[in-house]
Design a protein around this ligand. Sequence first.
Ligand code: SAM
Length: 224
Amino acid sequence: MIFNVLTLFPEMINQAVSHSILGRGIRSGHITVNCVNIRDFAVNKHGQVDDAPYGGGAGMVMMASPVFDAYVSVMGNKETKPPVIYLSPQGRVLTQKICEEIAAQPEVILLCGHYEGVDERIIEEIVTDEISIGDYVLTGGEPAAIVLMDAVSRLVPGVLGKADSHQDESFSDGLLEYPHYTRPPEFRGRKVPEVLLSGHHGQIDAWRREQALDRTKAKRPDLL
Ligand code: SAM
């Protein structure tokens, strides 16, 4: 899967995606992260990419033309247009289901805003979807793009090894996942539930299912 990221801070993205499972996915060729620096398409030799808002008010607005030119540089001669996702607090809130939708695409373009955001006309012209990572305001879209790429990448076949399978995980079947334990069998007087040491797979599966239901009821009843 190819993620093209239009950003003013490519080093933030490149740094974040070079580690752990995402980094491994990139090195194994399952994932490509192609950062395009919007400043390379600045409107003048001073590197200007933002300007004061028409109508007045605080902050600066990212100008349409550098963002558009960065987009065109990615599009090249592509025959099919990949979805263009603007990371925005005004978008639909990212869920596991939306991550699955995105993971089904071979390529996406992620647009990261900064300052007060981007000129509205760029949204009208190129953006096909707006995604928020929650009801709070970040200073820029980069942390949101990193969250999205992390959550989507682990759904791309081949990125997770068998050992890190996502099949049982929280939200995959509409429930939060059951609790996990590892050695030692006792820690500060707290014992690992007996059933997990029994070796009886049927009973372990039943216990995990019950735990998943109980904790979803307790922590996130809205999911049921
Ligand atoms: N003025 C905008 C508003 O009130 O809707 C907020 C702009 S915010 C300071 C700057 C950039 O951060 C946005 O253009 C967007 O790309 C990103 N951003 C902020 N909050 C976000 C969120 N919750 N999810 C995704 N992106 C976000």
